[in-house]
Structure formats: C-alpha cells, structure tokens
Design a protein around this ligand. Structure first.
Ligand SMILES: Nc1ncnc2c1ncn2[C@@H]1O[C@H](COP(=O)(O)OP(=O)(O)OP(=O)(O)O)[C@@H](O)[C@H]1O
Ligand SMILES: [Mg+2]
Length: 288
C-alpha cells in the first residue's frame, strides 16, 4: 500500500480512561488528580513504592470504592458510579483473592462455576453442574490458558500457591473480560512460579488488556508495553520501559532505592517501602 492510500492517523480510543481522579482518606490524598489510559490489548504496569496508592486506584476502577472526584470511562462511557457487577458485565475483570476459590472443589469445578455464574440466571442453579458439558469445555479451555491443563481434577486447596494464583486469574477470565486488573499477581511467589506466570499474562494479549500492579521489577520490565510510575497518588512518569529506565524524574525519585539498581539494569529488586517519605519528597520535587 502506498502512502497516498493511507488515511490520516487518528488517535486510537482508549479502552479505559481515568480523568482527574481523586480519592481522599480524611486528610490523605491517596489518588491525586490522576489521569491514565489503558489501550486495547496493552499491558500497562503501575509501579510505585508502598502506600503510593496503587491498590486504591485498582479498587476505584473495579468499583470496590468510589472516587471523590473525577471520572472513569470504559470505551468512552462513564462507569464511575456503576456497581462492580455491571462493570464485570461490560468486560472489566479483577483477579480475585485466593479466598474466592472453593478450596474443596477441583480446578475444573471452580472454573465451571465461574463460567456458569456469568452465563446463567438463577434458575441454572437448579440444574446439576455435571450435566453442563459446554460449561466444562469452556472451563477446561480456561484452565489450559492459565497453565492448569494438567491439574483439572486436583482439589483447588491442594494446589501450590503459584497455581492458586493461576486459578484466580482463570476465575477472572471466566467472566470473558476485555480488560483485567491484576494487583500484585506475583506476591508470595518464588522465582520459578513468577517465571511461569509471565508468559501466561503476556499471552492474554491482544484480546485482553491488563492493568498490572506489581513490585517485581524484573517481571514488570519484561511484561509491560507501558509503565506508569505512581508516587503519593500522582503519576510522575509514563512511557515505554526503556523511557522509564532513562527518565530523569524517575531516576531522581528512586535514587538510592532498589529500583535505581533495576533501572540501571543491575538487579531484579523490589521497590522498598523504606525511605518512602524521603522518596515522596524527592519525587514531588522531581514532578514539579
Ligand atoms: N481504607 C483506607 N482508609 C484510610 N487510608 C487508607 C485506606 N486504604 C488505603 N489507605 C491509605 O492510602 C494510601 C495508599 O494506599 P494503597 O494501599 O493504595 O497503596 P499501595 O500503593 O497499594 O501500597 P502497597 O505497595 O503497599 O500495596 C496509603 O497511605 C494507605 O495507608
Ligand atoms: Mg497495594
């Protein structure tokens, strides 16, 4: 195709857009006039020190808490006031905590129940799950997608920690989402388990966009298409991983922190909570 045939570039619409979002806890501004987009099919990582407001942000997007100001748009429609289940129906999923897994049920049953919850009205509860072949086919396909194809008949409670996190992601996928919110999916995992999770998350592209909060910097820099750095409720930098690595404001903000090493390609350290106050002060200066 020659350039004369091409239409002029038009900006791609964001799947998710946060506009001027504010969340206050008393005098504390946990989300401070924050703007953010998630493009279709991208993995956008939010990094930042303990207490930066990452989980608060995820909770506002999922609908668990309501912002004090600003708006949340999904495909251009305002969802700021919608309850969680309406957001799920629109394709927004959040990875559930391990407590949402039925630990006495098999992997397959857990996933089948999650698929059924999405597809059925309450009447479906009267019918035994075992007769629902289609449900089990879908459940098995999701299990394969999250790397649990060989564990279908294992009791969920007997899975290793990493496998339970994989199942959590499977439960979120059962809602057939267009975007997935993941808050520290690698928390408590060993290196091997984290390494197994990385391709599972990156393979969700391009169907599913992921907003990823994660302290494992090595994993973040390997997975993310875009990284935003959140400090004291504000995004101080946003860009491709190589841009974040070399961003002067980020480097200044994390000077002396383990991310400083990571940004220099030194180690796979986690963001430390230590020195956060100093870090915040530096960053506020850097962000000015
Ligand atoms: N329910 C709440 N009531 C009062 N303050 C809260 C509440 N939830 C969070 N905070 C405060 O808001 C700030 C942001 O917390 P948040 O949990 O979002 O941080 P985070 O970036 O997820 O941290 P971490 O990396 O430790 O998970 C913190 O100062 C926290 O103490
Ligand atoms: Mg958190």
């Amino acid at each position: 195709m020659t350039s004369t045939c091409m239409k002029p570039d038009s900006p791609r619409p964001a799947l998710l857009e946060l506009r001027n979002l504010v969340k206050r806890y008393g005098g504390l501004v946990a989300t401070d006039h924050l703007n953010l987009t998630l493009m279709p099919g991208e993995i956008h990582a939010i990094i930042g020190p303990n207490g930066a407001g990452k989980t608060t942000l995820i909770q506002q997007i999922s609908g668990a808490i309501t912002p004090n100001q600003g708006s949340i748009l999904l495909d251009g429609s305002d969802i700021t006031q919608l309850p969680m289940h309406r957001r799920v129906a629109l394709g927004l999923a959040r990875s559930y905590q391990i407590t949402n897994i039925f630990s006495a049920y098999s992997v397959l049953d857990n996933l089948a129940l999650a698929v059924q919850a999405l597809s059925g009205g309450s009447m479906r509860f009267w019918r035994p799950v075992v007769t629902e072949n289609a449900l089990f086919e879908q459940a098995a396909a999701i299990a394969a997608r999250v790397g649990l194809a060989a564990q279908l008949h294992r009791i969920a409670g007997s899975l290793a920690h990493g496998e339970q996190r994989q199942l959590e992601i499977g439960l979120a996928l059962a809602t057939n989402p267009r975007m997935l919110l993941l808050d520290e999916p690698m928390a408590g995992m060993g290196q091997e388990e984290s390494a197994r999770l990385i391709p599972l998350i990156t393979d969700l592209r391009p169907d599913i966009a992921v907003l990823l909060v994660e302290h494992d910097m090595d994993a973040v820099f390997r997975m993310a298409d875009r990284i935003s750095v959140l400090v004291a409720g504000r995004i101080i930098a946003s860009g491709a991983p190589h841009q974040i690595r070399s961003n002067p404001a980020v480097r200044q903000a994390y000077l002396g922190d383990e991310l400083g090493d990571e940004l220099s390609g030194d180690s796979s350290g986690e963001l430390s909570g230590e020195g956060d106050d100093e870090l915040r002060d530096n960053t506020r200066e850097a962000a000015k």
